[in-house]
Design a protein around this ligand. Structure first.
Ligand SMILES: Cc1cc2nc3c(=O)[nH]c(=O)nc-3n(C[C@H](O)[C@H](O)[C@H](O)COP(=O)(O)OP(=O)(O)OC[C@H]3O[C@@H](n4cnc5c(N)ncnc54)[C@H](O)[C@@H]3O)c2cc1C
Ligand code: SF4
Length: 497
C-alpha cells in the first residue's frame, strides 16, 4: 500500500479502513444530491449509500470534512489523495482536476496490473473465470493444502451445489438455517429518511418502496453480518445457492454484496473468514468453496473484466436487441399486473427490497430481457439504479456480458437463455402459476418456454454454429408448431405476461 500525506477523498464505495493509510489521516466525503436528481434510484439504495457515508463521517469525527454540495467540483481542494475510483466516469472526473494524487485501486483480491499480466499470459485465449479464480486462490493461499493442492483434491464443487429447492415454504423449515443478521436503524438512518422524504416532496423521483434497512452500512455492522453468516448460514449456502423459493427471498445467501461494494469489507478477509469457518467445522467444504468462488472469483473477475474490455464495452449490442423496456417492467410491476409467477415474484423482490439473489437476477429478470430483446444499455441502467448493490463496474459485465450476451460471447461461451423447464426445476414458482412450463402454445403456454424458441429463432445466425447450442437448435428443428409459437410470441410483444 502506498502511503501519502494529504487529505484522503473517499468515494461512497471506499468506506472501509483499507482505504486510509493511517489512523489519523484527514478525510473528505462528498455528498452530491445531483446524483439522485439525474437518475431515478431505488429509494432503498439512496438510503443505504447516504446512511453509510454519514455513519462513516460520524465515526471519523473531526477528521472528516463532510461536504453536501451540488457537484463534486465544488468540494475539491488542493492536497487531496484518492484511491483510484471504481468507474470510468469518476476516473475521468479526477483527471480534470489538478493536484489530486491518484493511488492504485484498493479493495479487490488482486491489483489491476496483476490482472493485466494474467490476461497477457492468456495470449488471446478466452479469459476464463475458472482459471482466474484458481490463480487468485493460489496467490492468497486460500483453501489450499500445504503442498499447494486444493483442499479436498478439487478446485470446484459446483456439482454438489446445484440442489433444487426443498419442498417446503422456507429453507429454514427444511434445514433449520438461521435468519440473516438484520441491522437496527439509528438516528442517522432516520435523518436520511427524512431528507429523502423532503427531496421527494421537492420532485426528486425514487423507484421502489421504502422499508427497514436490511444491509450493513458500517464496518462494525459488516463484521457482525459476516460473522453471523459464516457461523450460522454458510453451511446451507452451497447446496441451495441456485434455488428459488417464493416464500423465502434470502434463503442462505450472505447479503454481503452491499457492505462489500461500499468498501466496508475486503473480499480476501471475507474469504479467509469463510475458510476458517470450514476449518473450525462450522461449514462444509462444498459450501465454503462455492462461497469463496463467488467472493474472490466471480466478483474480482467482473471487476477486472470491466477495465479490461474498456469503456465502450457497455455499448456492445451484438444481438441487436433494441426493444424499449416496457413500463410494467421498468416500474417494477407496481400494480401487480404480471401473472407469470417467477417474474412477478422477482419484480416484487426488487420493488420491496432492491435486491434479489443471483438466480432471479440471471435466470428470471435477465433471461426475460434477453429473450424479449430489451436494449442492453437501458437494462444496465435499470439494474444499476434499482439494485441496492448496483455500481457501474459490477453491473456492466453482469448485464452486458453475463445476462444479455450483448458482447457476443467475450465473457460467456453461450447465452443464459432458458425455458420454463429450468425455472420449474430450480424454483417452486410454476406450481402456482397460471402458465404451464411444459406448454409452448396456447392460452397457458409458458412465456419463458415459448420465448426461448423465439429467441433461438431470432438469433439463429449468431448461435447456429456454436457447438454448445447445437442440441437446442436440433430440438428446435423437431418442433412441428414452431411457426405458430413464433407468431404467438410476436403477438405478445411488450405486454406483461
Ligand atoms: C444481471 C445481474 C446483475 C448483477 N448485479 C450485481 C451488482 O450490481 N452488484 C453485485 O454486487 N452483484 C451483482 N450481481 C451478482 C450477484 O447476483 C449478487 O452479488 C448477489 O446476488 C448479492 O447477494 P449476496 O450478497 O447475498 O450474494 P451471495 O449469493 O451470498 O454471494 C456472495 C458474494 O459473491 C459476490 N458475487 C457473486 N457473484 C457475483 C457476480 N457475478 N458479480 C459480482 N459479485 C458477485 C458478491 O459480492 C456476493 O455478495 C449480479 C448478477 C446478475 C446476474
Ligand atoms: S410456468 Fe413459466 S411463467 Fe409460470 S412460473 Fe413457471 S416459468 Fe414462470
Amino acid at each position: 500500500m502506498t502511503a501519502t500525506r494529504g487529505r484522503r477523498w473517499l468515494f461512497a464505495d471506499q468506506l472501509g479502513p483499507h482505504f486510509l493509510d493511517s489512523d489519523d489521516q484527514p478525510v473528505l466525503l462528498i455528498e452530491s444530491r445531483r446524483v439522485f436528481e439525474r437518475r431515478r434510484f431505488h429509494r432503498r439504495k439512496a438510503h443505504l449509500v447516504l446512511s453509510a457515508m454519514r455513519h462513516r463521517a460520524a465515526e471519523l469525527g473531526d477528521r472528516a470534512h463532510y461536504r453536501k454540495v451540488a457537484t463534486y467540483g465544488e468540494a475539491l481542494t488542493k492536497n487531496l489523495s484518492v484511491c483510484a475510483p471504481t468507474t470510468f466516469a469518476a476516473r475521468r472526473l479526477i483527471e480534470k482536476h489538478d493536484g489530486i494524487e491518484v493511488l492504485p485501486s484498493r479493495g479487490y483480491a488482486i491489483g489491476e496490473e496483476q490482472f493485466a499480466q494474467w490476461a497477457q499470459r492468456r495470449q488471446g485465449r478466452k479469459l476464463v473465470m475458472e482459471d482466474f479464480y484458481r490463480d487468485v486462490r493460489k496467490h492468497h493461499q486460500l483453501l489450499l493444502e500445504g503442498d499447494g493442492e486444493p483442499v479436498g483434491g478439487r478446485w470446484n464443487y459446483d456439482q454438489d451445489n446445484r440442489e433444487p429447492p426443498p419442498r417446503t415454504t422456507t429453507l429454514a423449515e427444511a434445514t433449520g438455517v438461521r435468519e440473516p443478521w438484520w441491522p437496527e436503524e439509528d438516528e442517522i438512518d432516520e435523518e436520511v429518511r427524512a431528507d429523502l422524504d423532503r427531496w421527494a416532496a421537492q420532485g426528486v423521483e425514487f423507484a421502489g418502496e421504502d422499508g427497514p434497512r436490511r444491509f450493513a452500512v458500517t464496518r462494525d455492522e459488516a463484521l457482525r453480518a459476516l460473522e453471523s453468516f459464516v457461523t450460522t448460514r454458510l453451511e446451507d449456502f452451497g447446496p441451495y445457492e441456485d434455488a428459488i423459493l417464493t416464500g423465502d427471498r434470502w434463503m442462505a445467501h450472505s447479503l454481503l454484496s452491499v457492505p462489500l461494494n461500499l468498501g466496508l469489507l475486503h473480499p480476501v478477509e471475507v474469504a479467509r473468514r469463510a475458510e476458517k469457518a470450514y476449518r473450525d467445522g462450522d461449514a462444509g467444504l462444498a459450501s465454503t468453496e462455492g462461497f469463496i468462488r463467488q467472493v474472490v472469483g466471480w466478483r474480482d473477475y467482473v471487476w477486472h473484466v470491466y477495465w479490461h474490455f474498456g469503456d465502450d464495452y457497455r455499448r456492445r449490442n451484438r444481438l441487436k436487441a433494441r426493444r424499449r423496456i416496457p413500463a410494467w417492467f421498468a416500474d417494477l410491476d407496481p400494480d401487480g399486473t404480471v401473472e407469470a409467477k417467477c417474474l412477478s415474484s422477482a419484480l416484487a423482490s426488487v420493488r420491496e427490497d432492491g435486491w434479489a439473489h443471483h438466480i432471479p437476477r440471471l435466470m428470471v429478470l435477465g433471461n426475460w430481457a434477453l429473450q424479449r430483446g430489451y436494449d442492453p444499455v437501458a437494462m444496465t441502467d435499470w439494474f444499476h439504479t434499482n439494485f441496492v448493490d448496483g455500481y457501474d463496474w459490477v453491473m456492466v459485465p453482469n448485464v452486458v456480458g453475463m445476462a444479455l450476451h450483448a458482447d457476443g460471447g467475450a465473457m460467456m461461451t453461450k447465452p443464459y437463455a432458458a425455458g420454463g423447464a429450468y425455472i420449474n426445476r430450480m424454483s417452486d414458482h410454476c406450481g402456482g402459476c397460471r402458465y404451464d412450463p411444459k406448454k409452448r402454445l396456447g392460452e397457458d403456454a409458458c412465456p419463458f418456454t415459448a420465448g426461448y424458441w423465439a429467441f433461438l429463432d431470432r438469433n439463429r445466425g449468431e448461435f447456429a454454429n456454436n457447438h454448445r447450442m447445437s442440441r437446442s437448435y436440433a430440438g428446435m428443428g423437431r418442433l412441428k408448431d414452431l411457426e405458430a409459437v413464433l407468431e404467438q410470441e410476436a403477438h405478445r410483444g411488450s405486454r406483461a405476461p
